[in-house]
Ligand binder design. Sequence first.
Ligand SMILES: *Cc1c(COP(=O)(O)O)cnc(C)c1O
Length: 385
Amino acid sequence: MKENFITLSEPTLTGDELESVTQTLREGWVSTFGPTVERFETALKERLGVSHAVGVSNGSSGLHAALLACDVGADAAVLMPTITFAAPANAIRYVGAHPIFIDVSPETWHIDIAKTEKFLKEECEVKGETTFQRKTGRPIKALLLVHILGLCCDIEPLLKLARQFHLKVIEDACEGLGVLYRGKAVGTFGDVGIFSFNGNKIITAGAGGVVVSDNPEIAARIRHLTTQAKSDPIEYIHDTIGFNYRLSNLHAAVGLAQLKHLDTFISKRRSIWEFYREHLEKISGVTMMPVSNDCTPTCWLSTVLLPDSVTLEKRVALVQKLNREGIGVRPIWHPLHSLKPFAEETAYNVHFADALYRRSVSLPSSSHLTRLDLKRVTDAFQTFL
Ligand SMILES: *Cc1c(COP(=O)(O)O)cnc(C)c1O
């Protein structure tokens, strides 16, 4: 960590991690098999209110396994928003399937529901129990929702659309641990949900993730695929291509200690969002990211929207200047549909995504930031604008 540099989002270590790791070392089960992973999985199940949880090596491997467990294979297609971190789109490509990028809505910054519906009704056709994209002939197997920034998408109408068009629902909740939609944890609405414990997330395990489901078959498939698909571990009988995607007990020990502080971290990050709102919305045309009435957010990353008149050059200059001054701000992610690895994929009705990329800046949001840190951010921001 650089002296005086305020990073975008870094771990808040509490001291409990050391004790937890020490206990795991004493027990001797340090690798992927053993009781600490089980304890962490149980704690997550209780916290999220879900019946199955499988620890995995990270959120990206969890997404890969989730797609396989939902039978998304080569030459299938998956609907997803174009504004998100690239990991879910990469995972779709790992299985040989293709993302179809849908625009995000100005009201929610999440997948645009009206455009998703219009795409399914006008660009697809249903034959029997399968929906096909007319242009490519590919079957659309899943709707991959991504809950970004510690907010959530409007899940209910999306679940309804998915049912109507026979799509599995995969929730990338890597940024959404602790977020509630109508009082229930995000990641537990679809067929399967994925969380990450990477160092920049609201809690960390050093590295790691968890895949959750209320469907016992899907959960069993995830456990099987992420444990090398062994059907007889003694005779080394494998029944399909498997992966070593398991979480280690040492990582689970860190995650278990962090999880106990989740509520503190959530209230801290929400107060950071409040502080930014209070100070930055005074600037004409500036608004904070939208929080819908159905969502109880964690505000994992506080992101601000600049006035529509701001050019891309000006936003880039703002981000560069603040970083030079030791303030780790970032734009929201580059729209995926216009990145090289996804240039050949379908992008549907994308308009707001480009404006969001041009106008948004994510601000330092770590759970241990002080008022002085926050003041430094808002002062620098105000000076520039
Ligand atoms: C962080 C993140 C991931 C990937 O998680 P890792 O644990 O870093 O592999 C996936 N999707 C989203 C939306 C993320 O923010």
